[in-house]
Design a protein around this ligand. Structure first.
Ligand code: GAP
Length: 447
């Protein structure tokens, strides 16, 4: 899948540049920053939120609304703790932990070069133990062990426990799937690398139910669909690797990880797992509710098997930002900009009058802005500084088009009356378009 694509090298200080751009331009801030932050949490600012929503909506359109065999869900984050006992998370959702006997810092043992040596102070680490990553909380007024619950560590279980509800409401034919986007929480020992390893994260997950005999066909179908997504959302294909995982989670019989070349190494972006009938069978057994599927036409009843394509939303954001980040020289000056695919760009077009002290230009520009805003809400009014500076600012946040209303628009050159200039972010080229053509032009380019 990577043939013909040349891999772009990152600048040496790529992460510093990206983190700084994301903060400066309102994409991503450190969580609770004014109090010194909270490790493993980040807050998405206005542009980050817009980018994230565009990615979520694209995913939902492609994998839920755009298909006849998918059902959307939005399950509660808090679930009955028996869910997590049944799935094995209470007993086994853990990472190996070591603690330094001298400075008391804790590390994930499998991420250390030498598990016996503290990378912070050089001291010796104590015995390795398993550290459960589920974040627990108390639900209700009781403060005994019966009130303990967990913030879900994956969105998946919200779909498994609703399997029967969806079947009873919609009577779907096999194969079919459920899709959900939502928060998940993991008490990571060492959150790190910006939004790569978080304690509060967001997932976009699919549980696709099949007959056991159909699992490898469905697995392949979803492998292809995940690759299509990678291209559509604007993740640099040349930096993606499919890796067959041998050391799989306890529930999986086959797993492929989609790994991405981040500046800090090749690491997981997404996972595709064949979860067998593990979850539905375990929940059936533990809840005493029969979760098998009855195929009336074929006159058979069976426990469905599951293919699970799992997409981390924050890692998607990181891979999209890293793929879009570009440095080049335009005119005589170097520029740093985000080459987003227009469908995910937080701002689709910026509208400005050539000069902001000419009321006739401002009035016409406001008219064009109001006309476009009705049809394409993610546009921006920008009359700060001169046009050159506006272009650079918009390039930096990845706005694909800048539209300028000038004296020709007002009829100074009669053949250009009611036309505007539309400048392309990537090439810097400008074309004149009729105002009446603008909405369609932008819609075609964006969606
Ligand atoms: N339901 C299966 C599941 O949760 P996972 O591989 O543990 O599988 C799925 O997680 C995806 O969630 C990962 O591929 C990654 O994109 C994202 N993810 C997992 N842990 C994360 C973390 N600590 N921070 C950010 N994203 C994370």
């Amino acid at each position: 899948m990577t043939e013909g694509k040349e891999k772009k090298a990152y600048p040496a200080d790529m992460m510093e540049k990206l983190v700084s751009l994301c903060k400066r331009r309102g994409f991503i801030y450190q969580g609770s920053e004014i109090y010194g932050g909270l490790a493993g949490t980040y807050d998405y600012g206005p542009l980050g939120t817009a980018l994230k929503n565009n990615i979520k909506n694209l995913w939902w359109r492609m994998f839920v609304d755009g298909r006849d065999d998918m059902y959307g869900m939005d399950a509660a984050i808090l679930m009955n703790p028996r869910v997590w006992e049944t799935t094995g998370h209470v007993a086994g959702f853990a990472d190996p932990l070591v603690e330094c006997t001298k400075c008391k810092k804790r590390f994930r043992a499998d991420q250390l070069e030498d598990r016996t040596k503290c990378p912070a102070c050089g001291g010796t680490t104590g015995a390795e133990r398993q550290f459960n990553m589920m974040l627990s909380t108390r639900v209700g007024a009781m403060e005994d062990s019966s009130s303990i619950s967990y913030l879900r560590p994956e969105t998946a279980q919200g779909m498994f426990v609703n399997f029967k509800n969806v079947v009873d409401s919609f009577h779907p034919k096999m194969p079919f799937g459920m899709g959900q986007v939502g928060k998940a929480f993991r008490n990571e020992i060492t959150p790190r690398d910006f939004i790569f390893r978080l304690r509060e994260l967001e997932q976009m997950e699919i549980e696709y139910f099949v007959k056991e005999s159909d699992w490898s066909r469905a697995f392949e179908e979803w492998r292809v669909a995940m690759n299509t997504w990678i291209d559509v959302v604007g993740i640099d294909r040349a930096r993606v690797h499919e890796v067959e995982i041998e050391d799989r989670a306890h529930y999986s019989k086959r797993t492929i990880d989609f790994e991405f070349d981040y500046p800090f190494g090749q690491k997981e972006l997404y996972g595709l797992a064949y979860r067998t009938d593990f979850d539905l069978s375990r929940h059936s057994e533990a809840s005493k509710v029969d979760l098998s599927y009855r195929d009336e036409e074929a006159g058979e009843k069976f426990m469905p098997h599951v293919i699970e394509p799992s997409f981390g939303l924050d890692r998607t954001m990181l891979a999209v930002l890293l793929s879009a980040y570009t440095e080049d020289t335009m005119g005589d000056s170097p520029r740093e900009y985000l080459k987003f695919h227009p469908c995910v760009a937080p701002i689709k077009a910026a509208i400005s009058p050539l000069l902001k002290n000419k009321p006739e230009l401002v009035e016409k520009a406001r008219e064009v802005y109001a006309m476009l805003k009705k049809e394409i809400p993610q546009i921006m009014w920008d009359d700060n500084g001169n046009v050159g500076k506006r272009y650079r600012r918009q390039d930096e946040i990845g706005t694909p088009f800048c539209i300028v209303i000038d004296f020709d628009t007002l009829g100074e050159t009669p053949e250009h009356k009611d036309t505007v200039t539309v400048r392309d972010r990537d090439t810097g080229t400008q074309q004149r378009l009729q105002i009446s053509e603008l909405t369609n032009y932008l819609k075609n380019a964006i969606f």
